[in-house]
Every structure is written in C-alpha cells, then in structure tokens.
Design a protein around this ligand. Structure first.
Ligand code: SF4
Length: 289
C-alpha cells in the first residue's frame, strides 16, 4: 500500500467521523448503488457525491457572468491542471478564469457547514486533485485517494460488490440532479445552461492537452471568437482521468456509463436528500487562484 492508502485506513480506524466525497466519474469504475454500501463497510460514516457542489458552482459561474457582463472572456475549469497551465504558461489569461470553486472544494465547504466535526476524503479520477488543488484547502480536504487506490484497499479488505444485495444503498448527499454529467466534456456548460448567455459561436468546449494548447494560444493571441471556454485537461473530460481503472473503455462507453447513472438517478430520485440553495448562499465559494 502507498502512504495515501495507509492514511486512509488509519483515518477510518480512528475515532474521527469520515465523509467520502465521490467524484461522479466513479460510475465508470464502481457499481452504483453497491459502492455506497462498500464505502460504509470500509468505515465511512457518510458517503456523498459532488452533485450539489457542482450545482452551486454553476450558480455562481452564472452570477459572476451576469455581474461582469463586459469581461472580454470567461474561462471555466474545475481542472487543476488547466488552472496551473494558465497560471504558468498563459499568465495574460489568468484574469479571465472565473474565480469560483471546483465542485470538490464547493462540496467540501457544504459538508463542513452541515457536519463541521467530520473529516473529508475525496475519491478522485486523478492525482492532480491531490497534488495541485487539495493542498490549497487543507482545512476542508483531509485526504484524496484515487479510484485505483480505493479499489486496491477494497480488495485488501475483501469488500466485494457482489456481497451488497440490497436494492438501495442511499447516498447521504444533498441533491439528485442533472449535474452528474459534469465529468463529461461540456457537462459544465450544459448544466449551467451557458447557451442562454452567449451566442453559439462564442462558446468553446475543449478537452485534451493538444486541443487546449491550440485554443489557449489563440485566446492569448487575441484572435479567437470565443467568450466562454469550458475546458478540461483529459480526453473526453474527467471521464478520461488517468486514475480511472477501466482505461480500456473508449470515451463513448465511459460517457454511456455516466449517462446511465444520471438517468437512473433521475428516474428513481432516491439517492439523496434534496439540497436547498438557500442553505448555502452564505458560503463563500470563491476559489484560491
Ligand atoms: S480527471 Fe483530468 S480533467 Fe478531470 S480534474 Fe483530473 S486532470 Fe483535470
């Protein structure tokens, strides 16, 4: 086991109460709803997903755009690699990053408001969240483990999906929503209904390093028609994250797994207690850029 896996087991064995926050791309690698039961068996007191955090990020993105209508362009990315690339290689574009949190940070603040005594473990499709983003928020994120690392720990503890035979293992999350498509490239723009704010030719949805460099070069050179840029580092978005276990699946199959999970959740509406925007409007969701 690596140090992150050891720390996870130590946390779960301690007297602290621990929340698991699952990135929604989990649906590519782990069966739902069994994963919720598996995490509770592992020792998590609560298991939540990032849906409500993503919803609030969208809310503040749209508010920011409305309050700053004359800004030349708006770059929206919950991806720490993209943010780091802009900060280091395109500093002239940093002023256009919308200064609001990623769903991970937003959801951790929501969880801490409601459950201030809990520690938070984020379960991630990439190590970038651990290396580049979580260190900015040590008071909110106690540990990041990847899907691959979690699977190994579940295997070591002999926790298997087939042993979870109940029809439901409900999330302790706050809302069930369309935001479960956030890890798919364009999911942010779609769920924030960005089309209602910009002309189609002003919206750019991009993913993958090569595509992103081309777009960012054009934006930096000032010869781009785009005003809203939804940008993620990995191929296809976070569904192409390097620490997703099922790397052999193609992008379409990964998308289909997320869409099936989204559709099932919308259909059964049983996996969450509905969150209320009013409950978290006092939270400052600004990011540390
Ligand atoms: S999975 Fe890829 S696109 Fe998503 S946050 Fe991690 S590095 Fe960025």
């Amino acid at each position: 086991m690596n140090p992150h896996q050891i720390k996870l087991l130590e946390l779960l064995k301690s007297n602290d109460k621990i929340v698991a926050m699952l990135a929604p791309s989990f649906a590519i690698d782990f069966p739902h709803p069994q994963i919720v039961g598996m995490l509770k068996k592992l020792g998590f007191e609560m298991v939540t997903e990032l849906t409500f955090g993503a919803r609030m990020v969208n809310y503040w993105y749209v508010e920011y755009i409305k309050q700053n209508p004359d800004q030349k362009m708006y770059i929206a990315s919950p991806c720490p690699i993209v943010v780091s690339m802009i900060e280091n290689k395109y500093p002239e574009l940093k002023q256009y990053l919308i200064p609001y949190a990623s769903p991970m940070y937003a959801m951790s603040k929501i969880v801490k408001k409601k459950y201030p005594d809990y520690k938070i473990v984020f379960i991630s499709p990439c190590q970038a969240k651990r290396l580049l983003e979580a260190p900015k928020y040590p008071e909110f994120i106690d540990l990041v483990v990847t899907f691959k690392e979690l699977k190994e720990v579940l295997d070591i503890q002999n926790i298997k999906a087939e042993d979870f035979t109940e029809p439901e293992y409900p999330f302790d999350s706050f809302v069930t929503e369309i935001n479960k498509i956030y890890p798919i490239s364009g999911g942010l723009a779609q769920t924030a209904r960005i089309k209602s704010l910009f002309k189609p030719e002003e919206i750019c949805i991009t993913e993958g390093v090569e595509n992103n460099i081309k777009i960012l070069d054009e934006l930096a050179a000032g010869n781009s028609p785009y005003r809203f840029i939804d940008i993620l580092n990995c191929p296809g978005g976070c569904i192409g994250g390097p620490d997703i276990i099922n790397q052999d699946l193609d992008i379409e199959e990964k998308k289909n797994r997320i869409l099936a999970y989204r559709d099932k959740s919308i259909a059964d509406q049983k996996d969450a207690v509905e969150g209320k925007k009013e409950f978290v409007l006092d939270i400052d969701f600004k990011a540390k850029l």
